[in-house]
Design a protein around this ligand. Structure first.
Ligand SMILES: Cc1cc2nc3c(=O)[nH]c(=O)nc-3n(C[C@H](O)[C@H](O)[C@H](O)COP(=O)(O)O)c2cc1C
Length: 183
């Protein structure tokens, strides 16, 4: 079986990520893969923000600032959430709500696929990732901190780094119930 098929079959998410994270050259390779996502109308509705070091702590501060009435335990948790990996790549969709031919859901899917290409490329380079979203993607304080325009949406926080310990083994979903062959 080809390397790419083996790689896709084996893909897993990795919640426990440590240094090192991809360097600039590796990131460029990952983004070159990301921008080859299928994209109706060639809108190129994606952009990416790479956070590491101090920028992760600052994102944590923005998470905390979004919940001013939270108790200290929750505030600490929010502050430390982005520190679960040495790098976060924020996938952003720049959405054209008025587009005549390409509905917003197709634009969101395109950025989702670009994000998945990032995951697969990172894995091929020897790194692990974990795609996370949650409440923080919608919070005004977080959006403002990341410089999102009104028409932009966070599609994922892609936590990225080196897998700590043994990587998980991918399980295979049985196909009989989900695939129908006709003709
Ligand atoms: C759009 C999207 C958002 C996700 N958000 C979260 C999240 O906020 N927290 C989480 O634990 N998993 C989230 N996941 C799921 C994980 O990234 C992962 O796919 C899941 O834990 C299953 O593991 P696997 O990818 O190894 O099969 C999200 C996945 C997608 C596609």
């Amino acid at each position: 079986m080809s390397d790419i098929l083996n790689s896709m079959r084996a893909r897993v998410s990795n919640p426990r990520l440590i240094q090192p994270s991809p360097d600039r050259n590796e990131l460029e390779q990952m983004f070159q893969c990301a921008v080859r996502a299928p994209d109706h109308g060639r809108l190129r509705p994606w952009r990416f923000i790479v956070l590491q070091g101090q920028a992760l702590a600052e994102l944590g501060q923005a998470f905390e600032a979004s919940q001013p009435t939270a108790d200290e335990t929750r505030r600490l948790r929010l502050r430390s959430m982005p520190l679960r990996a040495p790098m976060i790549i924020v996938s952003v969709a720049a959405l054209d709500w008025e587009h005549k031919k390409v509905p917003v859901w197709e634009q969101q899917v395109a950025v989702g696929i670009a994000t998945q290409h990032l995951q697969l490329a990172a894995q091929a380079l020897g790194y692990g990732t974990m795609w996370r979203t949650g409440d923080m993607t919608e919070q005004p304080a977080v959006r403002e901190h990341l410089g999102l325009a009104d028409h932009e949406q966070i599609i994922g926080f892609l936590y990225t780094g080196t897998v700590e310990g043994e990587p998980r083994v991918a399980d295979q979903q049985p196909l009989d119930d989900i695939v129908q062959y006709r003709g």
